[in-house]
Design a protein around this ligand. Structure first.
Ligand code: SIN
Length: 485
């Protein structure tokens, strides 16, 4: 990979026990730039035994890491974060090359990723236990918070750095060792982070990255009894499978799965603000986030005006190579993603939707798709029910609040929801009735390190970020002491 200031950040081997390791078989997986289609490099295709060896290293490291003070762990985590800041340009470039997102978004993601490391480094010092008022004069009741043990994370391609640090940072801060399996399409961001962790003085085996076949590695990470906790971000289908596999060893789990976010614009909203928020929510990462607006509900009395404003804003978005500084929308991740977007659009148009803007691939690259808006969506259309994961904004009309709440909740998912209104009483009513783990009002972006990120229903369970995020990596030990005699 050329044009990096620090070429050592481009690593094509796994990071195991603070060493760079290839597969004994010599097998590798190639990684492509989704914009150009060019091969960027390759990573090892590890065997199950090689992954088990990483688990053995983690088990060893876990013991001494958990015996360190939180302050000691925080110092190393902050050093890691400093190095990430120092290498921001290279990390962003690696991310854009392997994932396709615009450089400005990659830079934003590195900052976002680092915010989790800094936040949890300090949060580790605030893991408090309890002294419980006793029910028996001879006894004292205490609760100790202890690290859950060796953890594993399976992370997605859409946020190649932030979804790693959002899991690794709380685990490490709490005193756990962590093994990460990044998506095979975007492993280089993960490995670059490991190069910096090593430079920061992270002890061997505390954090490791293994690459290879998802089913092979997944079956070790879910079934090895030395691993006590699995955190996964990805599809609901895969989440269900991992849950089944984890049952055999009764692992603690957190799952951040699919979404089908409603984005509701009431007639009393500031329409300009709502259209700007929709652009942020819908077209971030070319529509490939779990919290992207997926169904846009606009009150019929203001729909025509809203669509006119939206169309104007969408026209200013530039589709192109993520490496160009003025690009707003990069390519989709792969052919399958493109086919899904095209088939959802074709189905909607065939069933009577109206194309407002976009609607086709963009000449910038075979995987580039124009930011698209379609109106007149009805429940018969596939796009009304499926997570799009692409830059299409399907717009539904509605007449009243009850009707739109019912429609918004009519899904098995419950990750993020958005609504725009200036009315205070309506704000409370709507927020309380939306069956979602996260609700954003009058803004299109809600993610940050201090707030709890996570869903309800089939969007998963567990929270990441915030003071709640570290709970996923500690267990409570109840200590009952007889103090008599
Ligand atoms: C995701 O798409 O899974 C994460 C999005 C975010 O953190 O904002």
């Amino acid at each position: 990979m050329n044009h990096l200031k620090n070429a050592k950040l481009f690593c094509q081997s796994c990071f195991i026990n603070n060493d760079w390791q290839d597969a004994q078989s010599g097998k590798t997986i190639t990684v492509n730039n989704p914009f150009s289609g060019e091969i960027i490099g390759s990573v090892p295709d590890l065997s199950a035994d090689e992954v088990r060896q990483a688990v053995a290293f983690a088990t060893l490291a876990q013991k001494s890491w958990s015996e360190q003070t939180a302050a000691h762990r925080a110092k190393i985590l902050h050093r890691w974060a400093d190095l990430i800041d120092d290498n921001l340009d290279d990390l962003a470039r690696i991310m854009t090359l392997e994932q396709g997102k615009p450089l400005k978004e990659s830079r934003g993601e590195i900052g976002y990723a680092n915010s989790f490391i800094r936040f949890f480094a300090d949060e580790g010092k605030r893991i408090y236990g309890d002294v419980i008022p006793t029910t028996n004069a001879d006894l004292r009741y205490l609760v100790l918070k202890q690290p859950v043990g060796v953890c594993a994370a399976i992370t997605p391609w859409n946020f190649p750095a932030a979804m790693i640090t959002r899991k690794v940072a709380p685990a490490l801060a709490a005193g756990c060792a962590m093994i990460v399996k990044p998506d095979s399409q975007t492993p280089f961001s993960a490995l670059a982070l490991m190069a910096l962790a090593k430079q920061a003085g992270m002890p061997a085996g505390v954090v490791q990255v293994v690459t290879g076949d998802a089913a092979t590695i997944g079956s070790v990470l879910t079934q090895d009894e030395r691993i006590h906790k699995l955190s996964f971000t990805g599809s609901t289908t895969v989440g269900k499978l991992l849950m089944q596999q984890c049952a055999s060893t009764v692992k603690k789990l957190s799952l951040e799965l699919g979404g089908n976010a409603p984005f509701i614009v009431f007639e009393d909203a500031n329409l300009e603000q709502a259209a700007t928020g929709l652009i942020l929510s819908k077209y971030r990462n070319a529509g490939q986030t779990c919290v992207c607006a997926n169904r846009i509900y606009v009150q019929n009395s203001v729909k025509a005006e809203f669509l006119a404003i939206l169309k104007q804003k969408v026209a200013t978005l530039k589709v192109g190579n993520g490496l160009d500084l003025d690009t707003d929308i990069g390519p989709l991740i792969n052919d399958k993603a493109l086919q899904k977007v095209q088939s959802l659009l074709t189905d909607a148009l065939q069933k009577g939707a109206t194309l407002i803007t976009g609607g086709q691939t963009h000449p910038a690259s075979p995987l580039s798709f124009m930011p698209t808006v379609i109106d007149g969506i009805t429940p018969e259309m596939d796009i009304a029910h499926q997570e799009i994961f692409g830059p299409i904004a399907p717009v539904f009309g509605f007449d009243n609040e009850d009707e739109v709440i019912q429609a918004a909740n009519d899904t098995e998912y419950g990750l993020a929801a958005y609504f725009y209104t200036q009315n205070l009483a309506r704000s409370w009513r709507v927020c309380e009735k939306l069956e979602y783990g996260m609700v954003a009002q009058n803004t299109g972006l809600l993610s940050n390190e201090v707030a709890p990120f996570g869903g309800v229903k089939q969007s998963g369970f567990g929270r990441e970020g915030s003071k709640y995020g570290i709970d996923e990596y500690v267990s409570s030990k109840y200590w009952c002491v007889n103090v008599a005699g």
